[in-house]
Write a protein that binds this ligand. Sequence first.
Ligand SMILES: [Zn+2]
Length: 447
Amino acid sequence: MRLLKEFDQKDPAKIGQELHRFAEELYPICRSITGDGIRRTLAMIQNRISLQTFEVPTGTAVFDWTVPKEWNIQDAYIKDRRGKRVVDFQDCNLHVLNYSTPVRATMPLSELKPHLFTIPANPEWIPYRTSYYKEDWGFCLSHNQMLALEDGEYEVCIDSTLQDGHLTYGECFLPGRSAREVLISCHACHPSLANDNLSGLTVAAFLAHFLSGRDLRYSYRFLFIPGTIGAITWLAQNRAVTERICHGLVLTCIGDRGRFHYKKSRRGNAEIDRAVSHVLTHYSESPEFLEFSPYGYDERQYCSPGFNLAVGCLMRSVWGSFPEYHTSADNLDFIHPQPLAESLRMCTAILDVLENNRRYRSLNPYCEPQLGRHNLYHSTGGDGVGEDITARLWVLNLSDGEFSLLDIAERSGIPFSLISQAADLLCQNGLLAVIPDDMARETPKHR
Ligand SMILES: [Zn+2]
């Protein structure tokens, strides 16, 4: 299955616009790690791909954690003494400290202030703050909004509920020829934030749609989960599945105009790390590669020592490194159709490597075959040999059953797609034979 070739037959501008439009649809929803916001989000993804949703009850023990109470919110505001809403959840859902307990009170500004969060350095932006694991309430507002608050009494209302309920997550499973799996995971728990959350979610949904119904080597499992607690919950309830996960990617912050960054898995040299490194190096501008660290997104959980899955994290701008991160400026103007489409293409190219990274055996190992006799020489004409001929020579030389096509692509410096095309052509001409997938050799347990 030539995923990249098929993807490149589509119109990237149209794909970019569709991705951005889907982000626009999802943007207004007030999501959190539990509650109706994430349910509505999953329902909208369900309109596009076959997604199964799971509800895990509050209080369920998941390793060292417990599934929290479910949070829902209807409304929230701060009213001045004239009854005017000076901070209004209906204007922007970031105005409420996510997971705020319900409040109805009247209080002087001095009492209210400890519950207000702003960003003095960017006085027009509203911060995104949460208090999942400590019961608290608060409002987030622009610094200028806070400076405009006069002394006096304010009516404060957070019409929320924090009760026993469920943690909700979604899973899209696409069966392939092998039971071995590729995991694609993204968090779906942030309210109106575009790059951190919606970019990963929309690209993952489109990627699942693109793969749906295809004849695939691997099985694919897409997770749309609340950050941290969702990954921990999923891992606690799917330990048997983790034995089949050979490769994985966490997708986040991939809709902005920054260059690509890839954070390697804890293993550092897993096939996914090499596949991403190869693809970004050949197909993107000045990518940067980051070593694994135990902080970031859900790769932290997948790469915890008990699992040590081969899961890395694909980003453009790195979380925390751009000023818009976790603020109202990470909005629909911060992500763009072109980088969204390019990120989807990059994911497709990475999966194309995984799908086609096989080992072959030359059927003509004693000296070079006479390529001209097989019509496999000088297809490009001119002086010297073209990259397509060089690719054929590399594949023929290194296909002794030991080296994979990715090994050959790395060693030759030729893009994987050309190496892979060369292997196809040589097979068609009876010069090369694929070695059947070796389950023992490619077991996920390279611990
Ligand atoms: Zn975040």
